[in-house]
Design a protein around this ligand. Structure first.
Ligand code: PGA
Length: 236
């Protein structure tokens, strides 16, 4: 495990973007596992900036996202597809058809989970997976208690996650109660992991995740077992 302390959020974003950029420069066909949330926004902005300067070419890259709300389609401004298009994909030259987000509108959601796992395998697996961490230790939508051996599956969101996300939806009632998420097993299969955490409110959970016992009650704690984990954090 490599643990890198950043000076501030801008520094964290540059360092994370540097890792992703190196991946794409060294392997242009990389499969990037991507994440939503407030933490990666600066990383995506930095990558867009470097793309505009001509430093990175995403034309051969592929991407798979961790999760999506059930019941929201890509035109809904709270969907994760919308987030990714607007915070990243529209600013770079990745081909839209090579960007994958689970389909939260699928009629058969179980089949959609199986399709997503097959898709990741058919792409050759994830080369670099970017991860944020929730205050309860969740990664993707794998909430405390989630079995470590799960691949893509459907989850009911925890009350704390619904509350944390209510700010984006205007009210708790408007937050979807279910999501499709890659499982811990899908995440652990990625060749490299890049975990980013920003802000004083992430200090406690990061301490538990990186240095506490490995337990399903802290889903991110399993990352301690990954052979190629890089962590970039700033608790200021
Ligand atoms: P945040 O979310 O980046 O908005 O803090 C992280 C997460 O819940 O995975």
């Amino acid at each position: 495990m490599r643990i890198i302390e950043a000076k501030d959020y801008a520094d964290l974003s540059r360092k994370a973007a540097n890792v992703i950029s190196a991946q794409v420069i060294l392997e242009p066909h990389s499969v990037l596992g991507l994440a939503t949330g407030s933490t990666p926004i600066g990383t995506y902005k930095q990558l867009i900036d470097w793309y505009n300067k001509g430093d990175i070419d995403f034309s051969k890259a592929r991407s798979v996202n961790l999760d999506e709300y059930i019941g929201l389609d890509g035109t809904n401004d709270q969907s994760y597809r919308y987030f990714m298009d607007n915070n990243f994909f529209n600013g770079i030259n990745i081909k839209k058809e090579n960007t994958y987000v689970p389909n939260g509108m699928a009629e058969d959601l179980e089949a959609e989970c199986a399709r997503y796992d097959e898709l990741i395998s058919s792409l050759g697996g994830i080369d670099l997976q970017l991860l944020g961490i929730g205050h309860d230790g969740h990664i993707g939508f794998n909430e405390p208690g989630a079995a470590f051996e799960k691949t893509t599956h459907i989850v009911e969101l925890e009350e704390t996650t619904i509350k944390a996300n209510a700010r984006f939806f205007g009210s708790e009632e408007a937050v979807p109660k279910k999501a499709i998420t890659m499982g811990i097993k899908s995440i652990m299969r990625a060749k490299r992991l890049l975990l980013i955490a920003n802000g004083p409110d992430k200090r406690d959970i990061m301490e538990k995740a990186l240095h506490g016992p490995v337990t399903p009650m802290v889903p991110a704690s399993i990352l301690q077992f990954h052979p190629n984990l890089t962590v970039v954090y700033c608790f200021e």
